[in-house]
Design a binder for this molecule. Structure first.
Ligand code: ATP
Length: 138
Protein backbone atom coordinates (compact mmCIF):
# COMPACT_ATOMS: atom_id res chain seq x y z
CA UNK A 1 0.00 0.00 0.00
CA UNK A 2 0.99 3.64 -0.39
CA UNK A 3 2.98 5.23 2.45
CA UNK A 4 3.38 8.80 3.68
CA UNK A 5 5.52 10.50 6.30
CA UNK A 6 3.49 12.35 8.91
CA UNK A 7 4.94 14.68 11.52
CA UNK A 8 3.06 16.00 14.53
CA UNK A 9 5.02 19.21 14.94
CA UNK A 10 6.22 20.53 18.33
CA UNK A 11 3.11 22.72 18.71
CA UNK A 12 0.87 19.67 18.40
CA UNK A 13 2.88 17.68 20.96
CA UNK A 14 3.11 20.65 23.37
CA UNK A 15 -0.65 21.18 23.15
CA UNK A 16 -1.26 17.49 23.95
CA UNK A 17 -2.93 16.90 20.58
CA UNK A 18 -0.91 13.79 19.66
CA UNK A 19 -3.74 11.42 20.55
CA UNK A 20 -6.40 13.54 18.84
CA UNK A 21 -4.37 13.74 15.62
CA UNK A 22 -3.51 10.01 15.60
CA UNK A 23 -7.18 9.28 16.34
CA UNK A 24 -8.24 11.13 13.19
CA UNK A 25 -5.71 9.22 11.09
CA UNK A 26 -6.91 5.87 12.46
CA UNK A 27 -10.58 6.82 12.30
CA UNK A 28 -10.12 7.57 8.60
CA UNK A 29 -8.95 3.96 8.22
CA UNK A 30 -5.24 4.45 7.68
CA UNK A 31 -2.65 2.28 9.41
CA UNK A 32 0.20 3.66 11.50
CA UNK A 33 3.17 1.36 10.81
CA UNK A 34 5.93 3.34 12.55
CA UNK A 35 5.62 5.88 15.35
CA UNK A 36 8.27 7.68 17.35
CA UNK A 37 8.44 10.78 19.52
CA UNK A 38 11.79 12.48 19.28
CA UNK A 39 13.57 15.82 19.47
CA UNK A 40 15.65 16.49 16.37
CA UNK A 41 18.38 18.91 15.38
CA UNK A 42 18.86 21.43 12.58
CA UNK A 43 20.79 19.02 10.35
CA UNK A 44 17.95 16.55 9.93
CA UNK A 45 15.44 19.37 9.41
CA UNK A 46 17.61 21.14 6.86
CA UNK A 47 17.54 17.90 4.87
CA UNK A 48 13.78 17.52 5.35
CA UNK A 49 13.05 21.13 4.37
CA UNK A 50 15.80 21.46 1.71
CA UNK A 51 13.34 23.06 -0.76
CA UNK A 52 12.74 25.97 1.64
CA UNK A 53 16.39 26.87 2.31
CA UNK A 54 16.84 30.61 1.74
CA UNK A 55 13.16 31.52 2.25
CA UNK A 56 12.35 34.14 4.91
CA UNK A 57 10.62 31.64 7.16
CA UNK A 58 13.39 29.00 6.93
CA UNK A 59 15.34 29.95 10.09
CA UNK A 60 12.15 30.42 12.17
CA UNK A 61 10.93 27.08 10.77
CA UNK A 62 14.09 25.29 12.01
CA UNK A 63 13.87 27.11 15.35
CA UNK A 64 10.25 26.00 15.75
CA UNK A 65 10.81 22.41 14.64
CA UNK A 66 13.77 21.95 17.01
CA UNK A 67 12.01 23.65 19.95
CA UNK A 68 10.71 20.45 21.53
CA UNK A 69 9.64 16.89 20.91
CA UNK A 70 7.75 16.01 17.76
CA UNK A 71 6.17 12.78 16.60
CA UNK A 72 7.18 11.11 13.34
CA UNK A 73 5.02 8.41 11.78
CA UNK A 74 4.75 6.28 8.68
CA UNK A 75 1.09 6.01 7.69
CA UNK A 76 -0.15 3.50 5.12
CA UNK A 77 -3.23 3.06 2.96
CA UNK A 78 -4.41 3.46 -0.61
CA UNK A 79 -4.37 7.16 -1.49
CA UNK A 80 -2.90 8.10 1.89
CA UNK A 81 -0.65 10.88 0.56
CA UNK A 82 -3.59 12.88 -0.82
CA UNK A 83 -5.88 11.60 1.92
CA UNK A 84 -3.72 12.80 4.79
CA UNK A 85 -3.22 16.21 3.17
CA UNK A 86 -6.98 16.44 2.91
CA UNK A 87 -7.32 15.54 6.61
CA UNK A 88 -4.65 18.15 7.49
CA UNK A 89 -6.25 21.05 5.59
CA UNK A 90 -4.64 24.17 4.16
CA UNK A 91 -1.15 25.23 5.28
CA UNK A 92 -2.45 28.40 6.92
CA UNK A 93 -4.61 27.34 9.90
CA UNK A 94 -6.63 30.56 9.70
CA UNK A 95 -8.00 29.57 6.29
CA UNK A 96 -7.96 25.79 6.76
CA UNK A 97 -11.49 24.38 6.52
CA UNK A 98 -13.35 23.33 9.64
CA UNK A 99 -13.32 19.52 9.78
CA UNK A 100 -9.59 19.42 9.09
CA UNK A 101 -6.82 19.05 11.68
CA UNK A 102 -5.50 22.55 11.05
CA UNK A 103 -8.97 24.06 10.66
CA UNK A 104 -10.35 22.54 13.86
CA UNK A 105 -7.27 22.66 16.08
CA UNK A 106 -4.97 25.38 14.71
CA UNK A 107 -4.88 29.16 14.65
CA UNK A 108 -2.54 32.07 13.94
CA UNK A 109 -0.37 32.65 17.04
CA UNK A 110 1.34 35.72 15.59
CA UNK A 111 4.63 33.94 14.89
CA UNK A 112 6.76 34.38 11.74
CA UNK A 113 6.47 30.73 10.89
CA UNK A 114 3.05 29.11 10.68
CA UNK A 115 2.57 26.71 13.57
CA UNK A 116 0.23 24.33 11.83
CA UNK A 117 0.41 21.14 13.86
CA UNK A 118 1.25 18.58 11.19
CA UNK A 119 3.25 17.76 8.10
CA UNK A 120 2.39 15.23 5.42
CA UNK A 121 4.42 14.29 2.33
CA UNK A 122 3.08 15.89 -0.85
CA UNK A 123 3.96 13.23 -3.48
CA UNK A 124 5.20 9.63 -3.73
CA UNK A 125 8.71 10.97 -4.42
CA UNK A 126 8.61 13.21 -1.31
CA UNK A 127 7.22 10.35 0.78
CA UNK A 128 10.07 8.02 -0.23
CA UNK A 129 12.65 10.75 0.36
CA UNK A 130 11.22 11.79 3.73
CA UNK A 131 10.73 8.23 5.04
CA UNK A 132 14.41 7.70 4.15
CA UNK A 133 15.34 10.70 6.30
CA UNK A 134 13.17 9.95 9.34
CA UNK A 135 13.11 6.14 9.30
CA UNK A 136 16.22 5.10 7.33
CA UNK A 137 15.80 1.46 8.38
CA UNK A 138 12.26 1.29 6.96
P1 ATP B 1 1.22 22.00 3.03
O1 ATP B 1 2.13 21.52 1.91
O2 ATP B 1 0.26 21.02 3.55
O3 ATP B 1 0.66 23.31 2.75
P2 ATP B 1 3.62 21.90 4.23
O4 ATP B 1 4.02 21.65 5.65
O5 ATP B 1 4.00 20.87 3.22
O6 ATP B 1 2.13 22.17 4.26
P3 ATP B 1 5.40 23.77 3.06
O7 ATP B 1 5.05 24.67 1.95
O8 ATP B 1 6.27 22.59 2.77
O9 ATP B 1 4.07 23.34 3.77
O10 ATP B 1 6.08 24.65 4.20
C1 ATP B 1 6.68 24.04 5.29
C2 ATP B 1 6.23 24.70 6.56
O11 ATP B 1 6.75 26.02 6.60
C3 ATP B 1 4.71 24.90 6.67
O12 ATP B 1 4.06 23.77 7.17
C4 ATP B 1 4.64 26.06 7.63
O13 ATP B 1 4.88 25.64 8.97
C5 ATP B 1 5.80 26.90 7.18
N1 ATP B 1 5.44 27.88 6.14
C6 ATP B 1 5.23 27.63 4.83
N2 ATP B 1 4.93 28.73 4.16
C7 ATP B 1 4.97 29.72 5.07
C8 ATP B 1 4.75 31.12 5.01
N3 ATP B 1 4.48 31.75 3.86
N4 ATP B 1 4.86 31.84 6.15
C9 ATP B 1 5.16 31.24 7.31
N5 ATP B 1 5.38 29.93 7.44
C10 ATP B 1 5.29 29.18 6.34
Amino acid sequence: PERTLVLIKPDGVARQLTGEILRRIEAKGYTITALEQRTVGADLLTEHYAEHEGKPFFEPLLEFMTSGPLVAAIVEGNGVIEGFRSLAGATNPTSAAPGTIRGDLGRDWGTTVQQNLVHGSDSPESAAREIGIWFPQR
